[in-house]
Structures are given as structure tokens and as C-alpha cells.
Design a binder for this molecule. Structure first.
Ligand code: ATP
Ligand code: MG
Length: 565
């Protein structure tokens, strides 16, 4: 488990001195790349960004910013079948929302298709690439395994002229999909499978989101990636660990072509408990409608987290705290929620909202009377001010705050017991009203007029304090509560729907809120006292009828873990 880093006295986060950070400092001290730091974030536009991508974004843009360098946004769009403009737009929106700016450096691997083709011709001319007629299955068979060297293809020794002719005819559309590929000629017996004559180009008669039908051959990711970095003069190519074995191949390409050579560094990808971060599986959740789109508040996507109520600051803080390591590990999801709570505790106004209402009638409170009681908006923030709460004879409290037959340590309401209503009076439960089915429908209570909060006798102590709203004045609203989408702690390890949580969404349609919340604006965040942090859903809310998503409960599991640990 990753531990949060410490913060200095002034509260400014220190730059975590992880290994890539140290490498860049050394490079600069040694005058490498003329001291330049140029990174890039290279998403493939085949899905929405998730919290793992946020880690990579914070790392790449963060290092560039810290060292006065630049970070490009580059779409690695080499696969026309899976890539769409919708994803390009969503990715740009998310990177911006996270607080990063690529200025005018928005690039596409597809912009380099011409150059990549010429470089492939170059390789052929150098006798370092050949056109292959074997099928994908045959290529796999010939390639051998980790314990067994491969054997050369019968087409490996085609002449340069024949290869040039065939490759050009591939480009001109002379062959159907899958009929031929272009392969690098490296070493079919190499211990590293990536070096066993990898495929560089395939035939694909498919329309590309940017180049349309200009091409019917497309570069493989491996052929495009390192060269794109080279074209953009990237100094530090940062990617995840699974590309460590590809590094010798990228080096071979760049050395053989004799072009600018960024150095690649690999770091451990983010894994989070109860969360899948495989794009393939996230896409499956969307297409099979297990969730309501990429921005469903249960999704670990940046757009889902945004709708759920996470802030860019809390996500950046999380990425800072988890650090950058060389070994894979799994981070506790509770840490992400902890980062958010730490922020919202200081910034979100505290209001009262009853999610599952139970009516309370104060039998000794005058029928027509109302009172206004002062309530502070956030005790953590002196600037937050206060508001007036309306109090009357009929109120709502939370159903779970009453028990007819309570256990010993239940300090909430029960027959004959007293509680304080927050910012208001102490009340005592006198009578329990039930319907035909024996369900509790209403409580008759009395209030103690001398116990008003802030008043002379308010000092009288009772153990429990409850939140409440005035029944005739409350607004009714829909509130959506969320739980983990998966019950399994490492759901990425198994196939969906193996561990889907059937209770990941609970919709409450009869919640009773303080009257002012009627005018809450989409995207506004609140703490509902005792119930958690909530955001006005930016998508499904209508003017005058806000709908709330619970971002997190108040329960702080991460802090508890820290204490124990
Ligand atoms: P795919 O399997 O489709 O390649 P991907 O998650 O790698 O999925 P990319 O669009 O290629 O998606 O990712 C863009 C960048 O984000 C890459 O540099 C990748 O290393 C990084 N990245 C992806 N997932 C994570 C993760 N879980 N943690 C950290 N970085 C990640
Ligand atoms: Mg990838």
C-alpha cells in the first residue's frame, strides 16, 4: 500500500522526489538535451480517460511545469477501427479540467503517417524490413515462444526491389485486408519476443477519424510511438511498465533510422481497489449498458469522477500522494476519497438534508408559529458566514435516527429519550404512531423551549444530535447514493460481470432538504450534515429541481487505516 507523503509547514505540496524526477535533475546537471525537458501525454482516442490516465497526466505535465519545460498532448491514433472524434473531445475536456494546458501542442500520430511511411521505405532500402505473406496465425507459429527460438519466414530474404514494389502496392490498395504485412528484419531468435521481426504495417481498408480514406495501410503502435516522440523532440518518454520490453525495439528503430532519440522510462501503472482500469472492460460496461455512459458517477473515468463530485485539486493531490514507483502495487480507493474529504471539509457549506424522512410533530409547539434559527455554514471556514434555518411544529428526521427498541449505546431518538436537533432545541419522544402494518409513520415529541442552541440554558447536555428539516418548508429532491461498482477487491483480475455489485446505485426520490437548496446550481457541492458530501448533478438536474449525487459518505476509512497502521 502506498503511503501519503508528508507536507512541509507552509502547506505547499513538495514535489515528490521519485526516480524519474531524480533522473531529470541529473540529466539537467549533466547538460543533456541542453537542459530541456519535453514530455508528452499520449492517449489513444479509443475511450474516455480514467484515474490511471490522470496519474500519467499529472506526471508528464507536472514534470514539464516543474522544470520549465513543455508537455504535448498527442493522440496515438493508429487504429482507425477503435478511434473516434468523440473520444478526442472528451480527452481534451478532461485534461483541461484536471488543470493542464498543452497550449498549441495538440498532435496526432496520424499527422506523421507520411513520415512513418517514408521511414518504412528507408528500412526496406537498408535491408531491414520485408513484406510478409504469412497469415497472422502463421507468423505467431513461426515466431516461437519464450523457451523456443523462432524460425525465419520463407519471405524474409526477398530482394529490396521486390519489397519496395510490394510495399508500394500495399499502400495503393492492391491487396485485401490481412493479405500482407511489413515486418522489421531484426532477429527471429532474439530472447526478447518483441525483437523477433515485429510487424510494422498492416493492410486495413478502413476510414480513419482524421485521414479519412487516404490510407489503407496503418502503422502498428510500436512503429508509430517512438518515432512520434522523436519527431516531437521529446526528451523523456514516460510510459507504463509493460513497455519496458518494447524499449529495445524502440531503440533499434531510432538507431537504425538514425534520428533523434528520446530516452524511455517506465513507471508502475495505477491499480485501485474495487476499480477496473482496463479500457476494454470500461468500454464493455458502457456498450452493455451496465452503467449509464462513460460519465456515470460510478465509473473511474475522469468524467465520471467529475460528475460524482470529485474536484481537480483532489485528484491532483491523490496523484501526488501515491507517488511514482517502479514496482506495481494497488492503492486503496479510500485514499482518493480521503483527499476529497480533506478539501471539501474546508470548502463545502454544511446544510441539512433528510434522505429517508420520518415525520416528527412537536405537540407543545404552537400550530402557526415559525422561528428562524442561525446556523453557521462551515465551522472550518470563518469566511463562510451563516444562514437562517426555518423551524416549525412539524419536522422530518432520518428514519435511521429512531429506534423503538434500541440497544444500549443508541444515542439517537427512542421512546422516552431526548436528543438535540442541530442548531435548535432538545426534543423528547413521547409517542410512536404506526400504520395498520405496524410500521412507524410519525413520532409525537415535545420540545424544551429553554434548550435553544446558543440560548442561556442551551448548555444542558444530551448525547445525540440529529439533523432535521421543517416539514412544510422542505424541498423534495432526488438523491443518488453510490457504492463500489464491484464487490471484488481486484475486479480487473476477473471478467465482468463476475463481481458486479447489484447495489452500486440507490435512488432516493423523497428526500427532504433545507428550502434554499431548491436554487442550488449544477456542480455546486455541499456537506449534508452526517450524511456525506454531495454535488448537484450537472446533467440530470433541472432549474429549480436539483438532483444530488453523493460523492462520498463522511466515514473516513483511510484515516482509520492510518491510525491502525
Ligand atoms: P490500452 O490498453 O488501450 O493501450 P491504456 O490504458 O494504455 O490502454 P492509452 O490511451 O494508451 O491507454 O494510455 C495513455 C497513457 O496513459 C499511456 O502513456 C499509459 O501508459 C498511461 N496509462 C494508462 N493507464 C494507466 C494507469 N492505470 N496508470 C498510469 N498510467 C496509465
Ligand atoms: Mg496504451
Amino acid at each position: 500500500m502506498t503511503h501519503p507523503k508528508s507536507k512541509p509547514e507552509n502547506g505547499e505540496p513538495t514535489a515528490p522526489a521519485h526516480f524519474i524526477h531524480k533522473i531529470i535533475e541529473e540529466d539537467r546537471a549533466a547538460g543533456k538535451n541542453d537542459g530541456r525537458v519535453h514530455t508528452r501525454f499520449p492517449p489513444e482516442p479509443n475511450g474516455y480517460l480514467h484515474i490511471g490516465h490522470a496519474k500519467s497526466i499529472c506526471l508528464n505535465f507536472g514534470l514539464a511545469k516543474e522544470f520549465g519545460g513543455q508537455c504535448n498532448l498527442r493522440f496515438d491514433d493508429t487504429n482507425p477501427i477503435k478511434e473516434e472524434d468523440e473520444f478526442v473531445h472528451a480527452i481534451k475536456e478532461d485534461v483541461q479540467w484536471l488543470g493542464f494546458d498543452w497550449a498549441d501542442r495538440e498532435f496526432y500520430a496520424s499527422d506523421y503517417f507520411g513520415q512513418l511511411y517514408e521511414w518504412a521505405v528507408d528500412l526496406i532500402k537498408k535491408g531491414k524490413a520485408y513484406v510478409e505473406d504469412l497469415s497472422a496465425d502463421e507468423i505467431r507459429e513461426y515466431r516461437g515462444t519464450l523457451s523456443e527460438p523462432g524460425k525465419n519466414s520463407p519471405h524474409r530474404d526477398r530482394s529490396v526491389e521486390e519489397n519496395l514494389d510490394l510495399f508500394e502496392r500495399m499502400k495503393k490498395g492492391g491487396f485485401p485486408d490481412g493479405a500482407k504485412v511489413l515486418r522489421a528484419k531484426i532477429d527471429i531468435a532474439a530472447p526478447n519476443l518483441n525483437m523477433r521481426d515485429p510487424v510494422l504495417y498492416r493492410i486495413l481498408h478502413a476510414e480513419h477519424h482524421r485521414t479519412g480514406n487516404d490510407w489503407c495501410i496503418y502503422p502498428m503502435y510500436d512503429w508509430a510511438h517512438g518515432q512520434s516522440d522523436s519527431i516531437e523532440n521529446i526528451t523523456h518518454s514516460i510510459c507504463t511498465l509493460e513497455f519496458e520490453d518494447h524499449r529495445p525495439l524502440y531503440d533499434w528503430f531510432l538507431d537504425t533510422l538514425g534520428v533523434a532519440h528520446p530516452r524511455q522510462y517506465e513507471f508502475a501503472r495505477l491499480n485501485l481497489t474495487y476499480t477496473i482500469l482496463s479500457k476494454r472492460k470500461l468500454l464493455q460496461l458502457v456498450t452493455e449498458k451496465t452503467v449509464n455512459g462513460w460519465d456515470d458517477p460510478r465509473m473511474p473515468t475522469v468524467s465520471g469522477l467529475r460528475r460524482r463530485g470529485f474536484t481537480p485539486e483532489s485528484i491532483r493531490e491523490f496523484c501526488d500522494r501515491i507517488g511514482v514507483a517502479k514496482a506495481n502495487s494497488t492503492v486503496d480507493l479510500a485514499l482518493l476519497e480521503f483527499c476529497l474529504r480533506e478539501e471539501l471539509n474546508k470548502t463545502a457549506h454544511r446544510v441539512m438534508a433528510v434522505l429517508k424522512p420520518l415525520k416528527v410533530v412537536l405537540t407543545n409547539y404552537p400550530e402557526e408559529q415559525v422561528e428562524y434559527l442561525e446556523a453557521e455554514n462551515n465551522p472550518e471556514d470563518p469566511e463562510a458566514g451563516s444562514r437562517m434555518l426555518i423551524f416549525s411544529r412539524e419536522l422530518y428526521i432520518e428514519q435511521e435516527d429512531f429506534m423503538e427498541d434500541p440497544p444500549k449505546k443508541f444515542f439517537r431518538l427512542a421512546p422516552g429519550k431526548e436528543v438535540r436537533l442541530k442548531h435548535a432545541y432538545i426534543i423528547k419522544c413521547e409517542e410512536v404512531i404506526k400504520n395498520d402494518k405496524g410500521e412507524v409513520t410519525e413520532l409525537h415529541c415535545t420540545y424544551d423551549p429553554k434548550s435553544k442552541s446558543g440560548g442561556a440554558t442551551a448548555g444542558r447536555k444530551v448525547k445525540g444530535t440529529l439533523h432535521w428539516v421543517s416539514a412544510p418548508h422542505a424541498v423534495t429532491a432526488e438523491v443518488r447514493l453510490y457504492d463500489h461498482l464491484f464487490t471484488e477487491i481486484e475486479p480487473d483480475a476477473i471478467e465482468i460481470p463476475g463481481s458486479l455489485n447489484p447495489n452500486s446505485l440507490e435512488v432516493l426520490t423523497d428526500c427532504k432538504l433545507e428550502p434554499d437548496l431548491k436554487d442550488a446550481k449544477p456542480g455546486e457541492r455541499f456537506q449534508f450534515l452526517r450524511m456525506g458530501y454531495f454535488i448537484v448533478d450537472p446533467k440530470d438536474s433541472q432549474p429549480g429541481t436539483p438532483l444530488f449525487n453523493r460523492t462520498t459518505p463522511l466515514r473516513d476509512t483511510w484515516a482509520k487505516l492510518q491510525k491502525k497502521g
